[in-house]
Design a protein around this ligand. Structure first.
Ligand code: PMP
Length: 455
């Protein structure tokens, strides 16, 4: 019998139990990979069980924008915890949900007026897709059931979300016919800060004109394709896509789960293109990364269509919908953003990343270096060994978890210039090391995985 009465606040960590019994993201229970024990975090540092402090380059998968242990968010959550940690949302409402939804409606584009609170990004995407399908039922066009998207996308790990992830490197092949077949256009090719090539939109325009009658919605990550390759594409693509959706009577779902709340230099990435979504998915940084919460916003038009569908109601209602503790954390996080320090912080990070990462392009195994807002990417020639690099980075005093061919960071906005330098130094050191030593070994590399999820 395992002793279950041990303390759990700060260890010691039973690593053997962890490796034998606990699944980590995208992991095997048979060949478990080493995990790093974290017992606390402060500001932009993770504190390990052996006392080491690592500068965090990931914001805990792009969510923790204000840093850890922020007194304002902690206070909001503590106060809420003593009032009401959770209550069902069916037939009940509460102050933090109302306060949060008021903020979300006010800060997003004018046409987005209705909010559905869900528990994770993937569920926010499921909700968005269901809204689109029910909308067309309400419009007496129930044949509009297909979803159109672009390659290299990532929208989550649940089944409908998987169906719109990149069809080649994603999980389609793994789950075969269990995943709904959707329509895919090539990924946008024109780079964010390059010239726009109008032919970029041609394939998606063609799909919309040929099959618009059966397409309910287009879903896309605006400006940044995240887990599908950290690709920054041209705002003109989004502007053109918005027009095409209008022309062919198709809803536009923007998945801002990774980009929302300032990450790309605008509060929402769609603002780079000055367009509005019919349905908008938010998550990750919504609570400042303190607790899971996501939101799907839609326009009056979509909400009305849903209500005119045969069921008359929107068919979704998770147990922890609108969790008050999460809503309180989100309100506090949005209040911090409203102090408006983030535009300068993100702009400073962008400038520093551009200055400090640029020389990495000279290393033999580096194929591209790119920066947008508080996102810095070094793309390598070959898929990297995530576990090995993770521990090499830890030895250099930083927490960076590469995936696929990408060594990237998305630090908290509150990171100091010297902490950021620590991250960029480590990235360059590792990229150089791979270039100097590993380049000849790559022919032994495991079958190259084009898309490896953000794990
Ligand atoms: N959409 C995008 C754009 C994402 O980046 C992610 C997560 N990386 C998701 C959806 C899924 O969110 P979650 O992991 O919270 O389910």
């Amino acid at each position: 019998m395992t002793n279950c009465s041990e303390g759990y606040h700060n260890g010691p960590i039973d690593y053997q139990f962890d490796s034998e019994h606990i699944w980590h993201p995208y992991s095997s229970m048979l060949h478990s990979q080493a995990v790093t024990g974290v017992v606390a975090a402060q500001g932009c540092e993770l504190i390990l069980d052996d006392g080491r402090r690592l500068v965090d380059g990931t914001s805990s998968w792009w969510a923790c924008v204000h840093g850890y242990n922020h007194p304002v968010i902690i206070e909001a959550m503590q106060t809420q915890l003593h009032n009401l940690s959770h209550v069902m949302f069916g037939g009940i409402t509460h102050p933090p949900a109302v306060a949060l939804c008021k903020r979300l409606v006010a800060m997003s584009s004018d046409s987005l007026t209705k909010v559905f609170l869900a528990d994770s990004g993937s569920i926010a995407v499921e909700v968005a897709l269901k809204m689109a399908l029910q909308y067309w039922q309400g419009q007496n066009q129930p044949q509009k059931q297909r979803i159109l998207t672009v390659k290299n996308g990532y929208h989550g790990d649940t089944f409908a979300a998987m169906s719109v992830c990149d069809p080649e490197g994603g999980m389609h092949t793994m789950f075969g016919n269990a995943v709904t077949p959707q329509l895919f256009a090539p990924a946008p090719q024109s780079k964010f800060d390059g010239d726009f090539d109008t032919s970029d939109l041609e394939p998606i325009a063609q799909l919309l004109s040929q099959q618009g009658n059966e397409i309910a919605a287009v879903i896309i990550e605006p400006i940044l394709q995240g887990a599908g390759g950290m690709r920054f594409y041209h705002p003109e693509y989004l502007r053109g896509l918005r027009k095409l959706c209008d022309r062919h009577n198709v809803l536009l779902i923007l998945d801002e789960i990774a980009t929302g709340f300032g990450r790309t230099g605008k509060l929402f990435a769609y603002q780079h293109a000055d367009i509005e979504a019919d349905i908008l998915c938010l998550g990750k940084a919504l609570t400042g990364g303190y607790i899971s919460l996501a939101a799907t916003l839609c326009s009056d038009k979509v909400a009305q269509g849903v209500s005119e569908s045969p069921s008359g109601v929107f068919m979704h209602g998770p147990t922890f919908m609108g969790n008050p503790l999460a809503c309180a954390a989100a309100c506090a996080s949005l209040d911090l953003l409203a102090q408006n320090q983030w535009p300068q912080q993100v702009s400073n990070i962008e400038t520093q990343l551009k200055q400090q990462l640029a020389t990495a392009i000279d290393y033999a195994a580096v194929t591209d270096v790119r920066v947008l807002g508080a996102i810095g990417v070094i793309e390598m020639q070959h898929t990297v060994d995530t576990a090995a690099l993770q521990s090499r980075f830890a030895d250099l005093g930083v927490w960076i978890r590469p995936f696929g061919k990408l060594i990237y960071i998305m630090p908290p906005y509150s990171i100091s210039p010297s902490q950021l330098s620590q991250l960029t130094d480590a990235m360059k050191q590792v990229a150089k090391h791979i270039s100097d030593t590993d380049i000849d070994k790559h022919h032994q590399h495991q079958a190259e995985v084009k898309f490896v999820s953000h794990g």
